[in-house]
Design a protein around this ligand. Structure first.
Ligand code: BES
Ligand code: MN
Ligand code: ZN
Length: 487
């Protein structure tokens, strides 16, 4: 039997010495040798154990490092976890978020049932308690998550089926290509709309894609038995405020598996291309958040989805595809498929007269070469929108870095035999890809997030399990919340 454990959060006002919990997590800075009030109280009750530990040098309070001290009859907690916060002046809310995540990850490994956080005491009220509460919640969900849907044999030291509802997006993103394919994503979207009061879902199937002239999505999906879809989720609010706010489309690439197609990828690490749907799943999860937060905003979540496989019916290098906008594209590489499906979705958003269009995609290996695995590329045509996304990025801890996508790059995407071609020169691949997308947004304000590289954790790190990182959900939700809260 699998043990099913649900993560649940509560806030309490307690005397920390009496706090009954499996683990009480307290914060320490690497450059503050004197114990703060809480730590010094615990140290006294534990007969100097914290001081003794620090003296050994085993724990230096580096960011996300932690150490366990066992409790005694004088305190309510079974264990005290010292959590490193690094240098005091450098600490931000993200420091607490990551520290919380590493503590939660360790607590799950230890099979602790309750974990209580009092890290904020170390910060002397630098941040307001509600912000701290939010990062505690985010960090806990982030760090305690394991993807173990398909584990049938329990190993020691782990919990099976730890259910973290808030990691909805990560679980779907972690599902491999044999389990989840375009029609399954559509099912998830329908289910989401069914359960929520203000979301509606429309799915265009193959027939409708053909009828609408969505040639980009059709071309990419043509090689797989799993048929492509285009999912339209709408958050319809009755709030009066919404009419004075912009209508926003968020668009995500959902390639359920990217083999490269006829321009097939090398086999090493090809399995990671099951994560090529991460942008689309980020949209699904963001729409869930928008509806649960009941944001007074009209948001349209668009998810073009296909599987990119080589077969006798695949699209080929050399093909000329007529896209939804009417623009024709010469396919020079079937592995540049993300832009082929996104261009239909972006043109659809433009046709719906959305004021702002933001897309998110695991679009180019070149973006990963440029920025590594730490931040997503951010391109766009509107300085204010870029600034708002940078602000949301700082607040959410999901990092972005601005990159260009202007005329020089667009020039490379011109074809001799069609309006556009789907690849540029060898250099600046993230920028040329964005310059391609830019052609399809009409007059809307637009931003593009290239999340290749940041969408997954390759090997487990101290604050997250391996697999989908769920990137983009917090960033987009923070951005949308900020827009909704504008007076
Ligand atoms: N899904 C890939 C991009 C990618 C690569 C994401 C590595 C995550 C990790 C995308 O569809 C792709 O294959 N892009 C090509 C574009 C090229 C053919 C112009 C790439 O980056 O090589
Ligand atoms: Mn590809
Ligand atoms: Zn791809």
């Amino acid at each position: 039997m699998k043990e099913i454990i649900q993560v649940e959060l509560k806030t309490r006002k307690v005397d920390l010495s009496k706090c009954r919990t499996d683990i009480l997590a307290v914060g320490l800075f690497s450059d503050v040798p004197k114990l703060d009030s809480v730590n010094s109280m615990l140290n006294d009750k534990l007969g100097g154990a914290i001081e003794r530990l620090l003296k050994t040098g085993d724990f230096k309070a580096k960011e996300r490092a932690n150490a366990i001290i066992y409790g005694n009859e004088k305190i309510g907690a079974k264990r005290v976890m010292l959590v490193g916060l690094g240098e005091k002046q450098k600490a931000t809310l993200d420091t607490i978020r990551k520290a919380t995540a590493s503590a939660a990850k360790k607590a799950v490994d230890m099979k602790a049932k309750t974990l209580s956080f009092a890290l904020h005491n170390a910060l002397d009220k630098r941040f307001d308690l509600s912000s701290v509460g939010q990062v505690y919640a985010e960090g806990t969900y982030y760090g305690s998550y394991r993807y173990d849907e398909f584990i049938t044999e329990s190993e020691d030291g782990r919990l099976n089926l730890l259910q973290v509802e808030q990691c909805y997006g990560r679980t779907i993103a972690n599902r491999p290509g044999n389990i989840i394919y375009p029609e399954k994503i559509a099912e998830e979207a329908r289910e989401l709309a069914r359960k929520s009061k203000n979301l509606t879902c429309t799915v265009f199937d193959e027939k409708q894609l053909i009828a609408k002239g969505m040639g980009g999505i059709m071309a990419v999906g043509s090689g797989s038995i799993h048929r492509p879809v285009f999912i339209v989720l709408k958050n319809k609010t009755t709030a009066k405020k919404a009419s004075s706010l912009p209508t926003i489309a968020i668009v995500g690439k959902a390639i359920t598996f990217d083999s490269g197609g006829i321009s097939i990828k090398p086999s090493a690490n090809m399995d990671e291309m099951k994560f090529d749907k991460s942008g689309g799943i980020a949209i699904l999860a963001t729409m869930k958040a928008v509806s649960e937060l009941d944001l007074p905003l009209n948001v349209c979540g668009l998810i073009p989805s296909a599987e990119n496989l080589p077969s006798g019916s695949s699209y080929r290098p050399g093909d000329i595809v007529t896209t939804f906008s009417g623009k024709t594209v010469e396919v020079q590489n079937t592995d540049a498929e993300g832009r082929m499906i996104l261009c239909d979705a972006l043109a659809y958003a433009a046709k719906q007269k959305c004021d702002i269009i933001i897309d998110i995609a695991t679009l180019t290996g070149a973006c990963m070469v440029a920025l590594g695995k730490y931040m997503a590329g951010l391109m766009g045509n509107d300085d204010e929108l870029i600034k708002q996304l940078q602000k949301a990025s700082e607040e959410s801890g999901e990092k972005v870095w601005a990159m260009p996508s202007g005329d020089e790059y667009a020039e490379e995407m011109k074809s001799k035999i069609a309006d556009l071609k789907n690849i540029g020169s060898r250099w600046g691949g993230a920028c040329t890809a964005a310059a391609f997308l830019r052609q399809f947004i009409g007059k809307a304000k637009w931003a593009h997030l290239d999340m290749a590289g940041v969408d997954m954790v390759n090997s487990p790190v101290d604050y997250a399990a391996e697999g989908s990182a769920g990137f983009g959900v917090r960033l987009l939700t923070t951005y949308l919340t900020n827009i909704a809260n504008k007076k």
